[in-house]
Design a protein around this ligand. Structure first.
Ligand SMILES: [Fe+2]
Ligand SMILES: [Fe+2]
Length: 200
């Protein structure tokens, strides 16, 4: 089933899919909007294969990068006012846009479903325990059709046979990349690694 054929029940979000697309396109560059639609497409394919709720997956995919182009200053304020882990302040947008995005979409679109919120919250560095929708968004973000990097074919093949294997692959590859760049690693990324790569 094509994404255009999904009708939102208004059970999880206060608008239609068309209105959501419009709202999302207004907070990001055209390039990122193409990425977001690619994530929805990849996520819906995974939802079909692994039996996840298509409406929730569509909403989570379209909203996963909602905070990506927010100003750092506004994001810092949200981290503080929402009593998030203050260690976050030592990192940046790459980590923040997941947890801050979850707050923004709750406020703007009245999303309260924990599976959708957790999928948005955790898509940046994963989490030791991820439910099906979180897993789908984490992997769809990595393999969506516009992605092109060394290993993408293997990641796409793995996602077709095992979400868990695909998560292990993506997590290991991302961590290796960060270590080679000598950047600071957010501790939960290590927890995700321990849970999904070491203990798979
Ligand atoms: Fe993201
Ligand atoms: Fe993304």
């Amino acid at each position: 089933m094509k994404s255009e054929n999904i009708t939102y029940s208004q059970q999880y979000i206060n608008c239609s899919r068309k209105e959501l697309l419009e709202a999302v396109s207004q907070v990001m560059s055209p390039k990122r909007f193409i990425h977001v639609k690619g994530v929805e497409q990849a996520a819906l394919e995974l939802a079909e294969q692994y039996g996840a709720d298509r409406e929730k997956v569509s909403i989570a995919a379209l909203l996963h990068d909602y905070a990506k182009e927010q100003l750092d200053e506004e994001m810092r304020d949200i981290i503080i006012s929402e009593n998030m882990d203050l260690e976050l302040l030592q990192y940046g947008n790459n980590i923040w846009h997941g947890p801050v995005g979850a707050i923004l979409i709750r406020n703007r679109f009245e999303v309260t479903d924990t599976e959708i919120l957790d999928a948005v919250r955790h898509h940046t560095v994963g989490a030791p325990h991820m439910g099906l929708i979180e897993q789908i968004i984490y992997i769809a973000d990595y393999i969506e059709p516009n992605r092109d990097f060394k290993g993408i074919t293997e990641a796409r093949t793995l996602a077709k046979s095992s979400l868990k294997e695909a998560i292990a692959f993506a997590t290991l590859k991302t961590l290796k990349y960060l270590l080679e760049k000598n950047v600071k690693i957010y501790p939960r990324a290590i927890e995700t690694y321990n849970a999904w790569v070491v203990q798979k």
